[in-house]
Write a protein that binds this ligand. Sequence first.
Ligand SMILES: [Zn+2]
Ligand SMILES: [Zn+2]
Length: 332
Amino acid sequence: MMESFDILWSVFSDFANPKKRVFAGYLLLSLIIAFGWLLFVRREKLSKAVAKILDKKVFFSSSAIADYKIFVINRLFSLFISPLLITHLAIATAIFYALHEQSFIPQGYFDDANKGLVIALFSLAMFLMDDFTKYLVHRWMHRWPLLWAIHKVHHSAETLTPVTVYRVHPLEGVLYGLRGTFSHGVVLSVFFFLFGNLVDIYTVVGINVLVFLFHVTGSNLRHSHINISYWPWLEHILISPAQHQIHHSVAEQHFDKNFGAALAIWDWLFGSLHVSESGQEIEFGLDASQRSSGDNLFVLYWGPLADMGRVLRRRYRKYVQKLGAMPSVAKK
Ligand SMILES: [Zn+2]
Ligand SMILES: [Zn+2]
């Protein structure tokens, strides 16, 4: 009995964890921001704002219901897989010792630096590294057919709710987990090496103030039907909810735009930025050629593996054809 309660608690614990986007406090703040936006910026009546935010067609759509089921399945999956994943500390330790091998900068060289400054620098480095690697991996997921097969699951959502952030294939979860481990490990080990004892364990386990700011300013609204936009100049620096909704659009002009998580500067730098449009009405999901059987869970979990198999077989066939063509070249 106790054990099943523990499992149940673990599945839903993200709602009580301030490190997670769907923490109840952040959800509540997102709700307040959505109301504020509709009432004071869009100048809509209260009754209309309530009806829009709590739209049954969104929260009880077959896409949203699939999201809720995927949430539970993926949380169960991660409970079993996470102990198998390599830890941040293992990576950090490996890099820490690798740094000992170099002789340009001795260990603890900046040991007497100002502690406040070091913590601020550490938080900034952690945030930038995390956000940049998210951008990079997300971009690869759209570019490489093998990874797109997996990422398609997230884009198959036809309505967006804060739970849609969990609508990912477990393999995508594993890949993002490894990315997080790598990026945190690199920053941690470099800071431990340079600043020694100044980066204490509290800095490491606490919530990064920049991540906290990202969540309290409505990170949950990027997966929602409330298209909050920023000023165009700000949308070159921070990704607005409307910009992530563009990322989910079926329209061709929106393909491969706005891969960023919190910062828009990566999209701006690498030419994938798309600022929001006034009166933006977006249809979410995959275009007709990519659509499979919608929200069927079996297809959502098994489909990507079958697609990956197809991509690999195609590659293999091309490779064999190339090999077969070689002797005829040699005959000439
Ligand atoms: Zn994407
Ligand atoms: Zn998304």
